[in-house]
Design a protein around this ligand. Sequence first.
Ligand SMILES: Nc1ncnc2c1ncn2[C@@H]1O[C@H](COP(=O)(O)OP(=O)(O)OP(=O)(O)O)[C@@H](O)[C@H]1O
Ligand SMILES: [Mg+2]
Length: 249
Amino acid sequence: MIEVENICKSFRPSGQTGRIVALRDISFRLAPREVLGIVGKSGAGKTTLLRVLSLQIPPDSGRLDFGATRIDSRTPRPLRREVMRRTSTVFQGFSLLYNRNVLENVALPLKLRGRSRAEREGCAREMLDFVGLGAHAGSDPITLSGGEAQRVAIARALVTAPEVLFLDEPTSALDAETSRDILDLLKKVRQSYPVAMVLVAHHMEVVRYMCDRVLHLDAGRALRLGPIRNAARFRLDPIEALWEGDGDV
Ligand SMILES: Nc1ncnc2c1ncn2[C@@H]1O[C@H](COP(=O)(O)OP(=O)(O)OP(=O)(O)O)[C@@H](O)[C@H]1O
Ligand SMILES: [Mg+2]
C-alpha cells in the first residue's frame, strides 16, 4: 500500500538559525487494510510523520511509494496532489467549517473534486447515515458534541473512498466512553471499506484496541515497530491503566 524508505524531515523555526530534526531515517511498510498505530512522547514527530505520509509536506530526503507511484522531495506538486487525493486525513480538533451545515461539510471534498450536486449530496447522506448522524444533516456544526463533530469529520474523510485514512489523535479531545464509541465506529469503517489507517495516539489502550502494529517514535527515530501484542512494553500513560482489567475496552 505505502512503502516508506529513509524519510528525513527537519524544520528551521522562524527567527532561529539551527534546524529541528523532526524525523530521522524512518522506513516501514503499510499493508492494504492494515491499521498502524504511531505512539511517542510529545514532540517525537508523530504529526510530522502523518503530514509527510499524507503528502501535506514533502520529506527532505527519502521516498514514499504509493503503489506504483514514487513520491520524494522532487515530485512535482500536481502528482503529489493526485496521490494525496487517494488518502484522507482526520485532523486533531475536527476542523469543521462553521459557516456550512453538517451535510455541506461532509460533501465538501466532493465539491473540491468537481462532482455534481446530486452526487455530492447522495454520497454525503450515505456517509452521515453510516456514522449514525443522518438526522443531523441540516444542523449547524456548532450545535454538535465533540463525539458528533468527530463522526462528521470521519464521514467527511470517508466520502471520497480513500485508500488510506490518516488520523491524528482522533480521541484525545473526548471522554473515555465517547472515545470508545469513536473507536468502534473506526472498527466498523474497517469492516465496511477497503481502507488502511494510520492512527496517532497518546494512549496505548487506543492502539491496543484498534491497531495491528505499532510504531514507536522517539526524538524522530523509529525506536521500534511491532505487532500489537508487544505494545505493553511501550506503555506511555499510566493514567490510562484505569481502562485495564475489564478486557472489554
Ligand atoms: N512547522 C514546523 N516548524 C518548526 N518546527 C516544527 C514544525 N512542525 C513540527 N516542528 C517540530 O518538530 C518536532 C516534532 O513535532 P510534531 O508536531 O511532529 O510532534 P508530535 O509527536 O506530534 O507531538 P504532540 O504529541 O505534542 O502532538 C517538534 O520539535 C516540533 O516543534
Ligand atoms: Mg502531534
